[in-house]
Ligand binder design. Structure first.
Ligand code: NAD
Ligand code: GDD
Length: 331
């Protein structure tokens, strides 16, 4: 990989930024990172990387981005946690333009491999009705009834990768990420997912001397959360593998949202009252990753514990909170 020219689409974002950091550590010297945001808003920026601002919904921007590139990692999307995807379905679906134009440009430029970041939101809603969830296997995406908006776009783009591979011979690899968390990601502003949101809310309550936090839903819904280092490991392993069909990339350590709050409260050494907002965006009742296939094909699956990953995430968000709002207003 180190002798290849690599494009990270969405390199100013959470996962893209971590992927660029890892590629540099691996000795890659020709990395191009493209994002619609100005570099001042990127989570991680590296001076030795070819950093570019561009709207990859546009075909010309994709052609420029892919020029001379061997390998594309497509992590660009207009997305967020439930609070964003439930209220921005059209915006989420417009990411299809990024995926379409990148595939076309990659093919035209002679790119050797394109990795596409899909999501657990492609899975059939009927399989996720119960908190006591049966972990999702890859075949549970069909018959199709994914998350409205965002999930349909992801499922369509997965299929587009497949057809570019089958019809045109472009080597595509697709992973279905289950909720990814970690430092250097979105923790406020409306796009944040539950792990970061819960950290921020607990920190905010402590810093401002409140004794309660709001939780979306009844707190009994279940999820599995994957730490970012596992996600980056998985992206690289899947890209280098012969796995052509979309595959789960997620933790199989399932937790309720109440359980997630318990973990964060311990880091803050606090016990808060919980106000459950039953009209807030909730998504599915239960979701977990069945890792049988990835274990079989790669002999590996994400394994960083929620406790360890959340501790690092909490400490980072705490520092960011203090940078933004100043130290405690209490006492
Ligand atoms: P992120 O929002 O931090 O990063 C996505 C980046 O894409 C952002 O920096 C954004 O500015 C950029 N982008 C959006 N529109 C663009 C455009 N038109 N042109 C160029 N760049 C554009 O999100 P993330 O968590 O890093 O997610 C990366 C990928 O993984 C996305 O495809 C996302 O759907 C997928 N995914 C993430 C999760 C998760 O839990 N984080 C779960 C499932 C799937
Ligand atoms: N975001 C958020 N903020 N969620 C909260 C909060 C809060 O303050 N309080 C409770 N929750 C609950 C949500 O109601 C939801 O039931 C659960 O925590 C998880 O919410 P998110 O982390 O926002 O999203 P998700 O797990 O339903 O879906 C995410 O993961 C998918 C992959 O598994 C999204 O990020 C999708 O975009 C992603 O594809």
């Amino acid at each position: 990989m180190s002798n290849k020219t690599i494009l990270v689409a969405g390199g100013g974002g959470f996962i893209g930024g971590h992927l660029v950091a890892r590629l540099r550590q691996m000795g890659c010297t020709n990395i191009r990172s493209v994002d619609i945001k100005p570099t001042s808003e990127w989570y991680q920026v590296f001076d030795d990387v070819d950093n570019r601002q561009g709207d990859l919904k546009l075909k010309d921007a994709c052609v420029d981005a892919c020029h001379g590139v061997d390998r594309v990692f497509n992590l660009a999307a207009d997305m967020g946690g439930m609070g964003f995807i439930e209220n921005n379905k059209a915006l989420c679906m417009l990411s299809v333009l990024i995926n379409t134009h990148l595939l076309e440009a990659a093919l035209a430029s002679g790119v050797d491999t394109l990795f596409y970041a899909s999501s657990a939101c492609v899975y059939n809603a009927d399989k996720q009705k119960c908190e006591d969830v049966v972990a999702l296997k890859e075949e549970d995406a069909y018959p199709a009834m994914p998350e409205d908006g965002y999930g349909w776009e992801k499922l369509f783009s997965e299929r587009m990768c497949r057809h570019f591979r089958e019809d045109y011979g472009l080597r595509t690899r697709v992973a279905r990420f289950h909720n990814v968390y970690g430092p250097e990601g979105t923790w406020d502003g409306g796009r944040e997912k539950a792990p970061a949101a819960v950290c921020r809310k607990v920190i905010d309550a402590c810093e401002s001397g409140r004794n309660s936090i709001e939780i979306w839903g009844d707190g009994k819904q279940t999820r599995s959360f994957m730490y970012i280092d596992d996600c980056v490991d998985g992206i690289l392993k899947i890209t280098n593998s012969d796995i052509v069909e979309p595959i789960n990339l997620g933790s199989d350590e399932v937790v309720t949202i109440n359980g997630l709050v318990d973990i964060v409260e311990k880091f803050a050494d606090v016990k808060l009252e919980r106000e459950y907002n039953l009209s807030a965006p909730k998504g599915v009742n239960g979701r977990n990753s069945d890792n049988t296939l990835i274990q079989k094909l790669l002999g590996w699956a994400p394994g960083i514990s929620l406790q360890d990953g959340m501790e690092k995430t909490y400490r980072w968000i705490h520092d960011e909170y203090v940078k933004k709002y100043g130290a405690s207003t209490r006492g």
